[in-house]
Ligand binder design. Sequence first.
Ligand code: LLP
Length: 463
Amino acid sequence: MSAHRTALEGFEPFEYDAQGRLRCQGLALDELAERVGTPLYVYSAGALLERVQRYKAAFAWAPRLLLCYAVKANGHLALLRLLAREGLGADVVSRGELERALRAGIPPERVVFAGVGKRPDELERALRARIYQLNVESAEELSAIAAIAARLGVEAPVAFRVNLALELETHPHLATGTASSHFGLPLDEARALARSLPEGVRLVGVHTHLGSQITRLEPFVEAAQALIELAEALKAQGHPLRALDLGGGLGVAYRRSKDSKDSKDGMKQEGAVPGPEELGAALRPVLQGALEELELTLVLEPGRSLIAPAGALLTRVLYRKRVGGRWVVVVDAGMTELLRPALYGAHHEIVPTRLDAVAPSASPTEPVELDVVGPVCESGDVLGRRLRMPLPERGAVLAVLDAGAYGFVMSSNYNARPRPAEVLIDKGEARLIRPREPLERLWADETNGRPILRLESPKPEGS
Ligand code: LLP
């Protein structure tokens, strides 16, 4: 059992008490699961705010800093509101995320909008709201923005999102700054576009986003250098640049146990993953002077590194069985609640919420090798593979850790499963901030065949 205590070292928001109960700000998680039911997402406001402070302190050297939280990581209004109160801005990729951010009280002048496929209505809404900048990813998008701005009679603040074609060690699905990625503009194209900007568009920034779950500092430093060079050149051409936006992407240590190895899928997850402090220290020599000289605001778009460790997914053990030589523990959460393991082969630590809730027959102190699987009818519905832990009892509640980012937001209704409930723990008080989705909601917008609208059938060709 002590294995779990070691595995949890460094997990601030969730800690075992002397009796072996996992607690968050004093509240026992198994009790919470009992009251609200499972599956259940739990977030610690304190852990989130602590990470915000760490970022602010780590970049205190920047002449001006705009922290734009990546709403895609977890866009719950309650969390966004906490961040709004801390003065954070938002990085959004859709109209929906923009509306969320604004509803939560994030001022439009602290919102940046990225994405390769912004629709005309999304661009119009962003321009009307007067957001800080649109991060442009193609020449065609730039002309679309110019046309809309002209129609609205406004000047559109844009930044070029450049693809720096760097080598990145992360899961291929998470790398956006590599040469073959479809994100951003190649550097030379960005330079060329800057020489013939359409009317109605003001080039106010340079932007890049390397990708996600990046656990080395060098790519950030390289990217910062490249952006500074680009900013210098554009400024020399007379563009009114005001922002250097380095995107997000700093990783977290999903795998905490010291003896674990890198996963085979290319996701470097363990060992010493740098935190905001290390990132700030590495970037300072490259950026501080240049930002001052060029009078640029440093924009960062962290998502995962702010919110992942602040959240856990609680799930109950339904059944255990032996398959081949190993144990399989079937729980009531799966890829519908947390897609990351199924989609990326991502690792999340899974720990019992009570260290005494282990099967008596399994000799509690002896960890066994087991898989934790979900109830969805897919062989990929595995939350944890080859974990070593004492066999949990039926009915025991397990906590899937580091699930605050890209957890609930990537959940689905597959297999007609309602979305899980969400609880925010703030100053020792647990608040239900989203109830479990009622089943009726799943078909609320469907008809039994009665048309909501009769659409004219297309005329056959030649008629
Ligand atoms: N800025 C832009 C333009 C982005 O595309 C992203 C993430 C971020 C910031 C925030 O990156 P972060 O700091 O969270 O790494 N679903 C995947 C992650 C996809 C990230 C997409 N873009 C996962 O579960 O790992």
